[in-house]
Design a protein around this ligand. Structure first.
Ligand code: UDP
Length: 453
């Protein structure tokens, strides 16, 4: 193909333009931003379609040459929790088809992100006769299993995921565990699954000397510092880190030791730049827990920070910790590793793949503060081990987890799919787009029972 390959990237709730750190702005936003930019560097043309959540957002924003973000009107022009967006997906689809018609755009391939955009991608496949690649970022069955009654996903999420898995031409799994979930929990055809681990921007996330980093963020302490970075959700189980911290401090008191008795836990993330328990209820829960356990003065809430600043927060720490109940991939372990810091992570999902236990960090069982306290003590009392692990971590990231590798593998997948079709992509007949009948063996969201609402 002589002209550039054009890709429609669908990401209904996660825009590359969003500020990161809030409840619905995390890893998926980073993935969409980095993969689209790196594909553009390889000569692809990518339009990222997201839902417009403000009247002030322009319809089209050019991020870098080759990447545009298109904000589609579907539902209220204000931020809404992602679990409320499902009923607006037919409107999202129609707005996208209108855009194609008016922009006279054509796409060779559609890349769906998350299950709702997966549904839209399947709809486009029927109308545009182009292949679709799907990446879920998180699976509904795992969420239901772990969150139980707290899962606010629409009731037909899993049914929709099953339909997308059947109809997608290819599905990206970010780690072997996700491939296992797709095949075993959802009956996906293993031949359709491409394993493409996500990555970290190792220019943004780079090692900085500890004292310089602390000075930069105004952290005036000689204490040992444990860092958490991420969204402030119960399932991220930051409470587990607070409990482990309390155990560590109690053990020291009992032993009258001096090893780790001066520790600070720094928690980065939330809805606002200033930590606010009203805007971010999980901060309130953590403050309550810290008070109950008598460790309030050892816990500092920072609020959300953007990637350019985050390397100072990771680098200011001696060790980073993330112990979610479950995690489909998890970018924050890679970010800590890229900053040359050891990471303790729970042995779930993609974290078991990114952390080399004993080499670049340590794995612990989830929901086990005692085990975490043991690992924290092990690292905080052995700075030389931390240095060695940090060096190994940075090396692992540089060799295996860069976004240019992700883009190279994604491009190879696209090209294999396009070659399989063995025919040039169809030119879109803009006028006929919206009048094509919907040939579907799945219900559309408006026909389905959204009992979670
Ligand atoms: N993040 C951020 N600022 C914050 C908190 C988090 O930029 O204040 C970013 C973090 O650096 C990471 C992403 O949000 O890139 C979280 O991704 P991860 O895969 O770890 O978790 P997910 O959001 O996918 O559950």
């Amino acid at each position: 193909m002589n002209r550039p390959i054009r890709v429609a990237f669908l990401s209904e709730h996660a825009s590359p333009l969003a500020m990161l750190g809030g409840a619905d702005a995390g890893g998926q936003n980073v993935y969409v931003s980095e993969v689209s930019r790196n594909l553009a560097q390889r000569g692809y043309v990518v339009d990222v379609f997201t839902r417009c959540d403000s009247p002030a957002t322009p319809q089209v924003t050019t991020c870098v040459p080759g990447v545009r973000v298109v904000s589609l009107s579907a539902g209220p022009l204000q931020p809404r929790p992602k679990d409320e967006l499902w009923p607006y997906m037919p409107a999202f689809r129609d707005a996208l088809l209108h855009f194609i018609k008016h922009d006279e755009a054509h796409y060779d391939l559609v890349h769906g992100n998350y299950w709702m955009s997966g549904w839209v991608a399947v709809e486009l496949r029927k109308r545009l006769a182009v292949p679709i690649v799907q990446i879920f970022h998180a699976m509904g069955k795992a969420k239901r299993l772990h969150l139980k009654g707290l899962d606010t996903s629409p009731g037909d999420r899993i049914q929709s995921e099953l339909a997308v898995i059947q109809q997608a031409d290819s599905i990206i799994a970010q780690c072997p565990h996700e491939r296992f979930e797709l095949v075993n929990d959802y009956g996906a055809d293993p031949r359709k699954i491409a394993l493409i681990p996500s990555a970290v921007n190792s220019n943004i996330f780079r090692p900085i000397a500890r004292d310089e980093a602390r000075q930069r963020i105004g952290l005036d302490t000689e204490e040992r510092v444990i860092v958490y970075v991420g969204r402030m959700l119960p399932r991220k189980d930051i409470r587990n880190i607070v409990r482990a911290l309390a155990l560590l401090l109690q053990q020291d008191e009992r032993a009258q030791g001096v090893c780790v008795s001066s520790i600070t836990l720094m928690i980065v993330g939330g809805e606002s730049e200033q930590p606010d328990p009203i805007a971010t209820p999980e901060i309130g829960e953590l403050q309550k827990l810290a008070a109950e356990l008598g460790v309030t003065q050892h816990v500092r809430f920072i609020g959300k920070r953007q990637p350019a600043e985050l390397c100072y927060y990771y680098s200011a720490g001696d060790v980073t910790v993330t112990t979610p109940w479950y995690e489909s991939f998890g970018l924050t372990p890679l970010e800590a590793m890229a900053c040359g810091r050891p990471i303790i992570g729970s042995a779930v999902g993609g974290i078991t793949y990114t952390i080399k236990d004993g080499e670049t960090g340590l794995l612990v069982p989830p929901r086990d503060p005692e085990a975490l306290a043991v690992c924290l003590r092990q690292l905080l009392t052995q700075p030389e081990v931390c240095i060695q692990m940090g060096l190994a971590a940075r090396k692992r990231v540089e060799q295996e987890f860069t976004w240019s590798i992700v883009a190279m593998r994604t491009a190879a997948l696209y090209e294999a799919l396009l070659a399989e079709r063995m025919c040039p992509p169809l030119a879109i007949e803009p006028l006929s787009l919206l009048s094509l009948p919907l040939v579907s063996n799945t219900s559309s969201p408006e026909e389905m029972d959204c009992d979670a609402h």
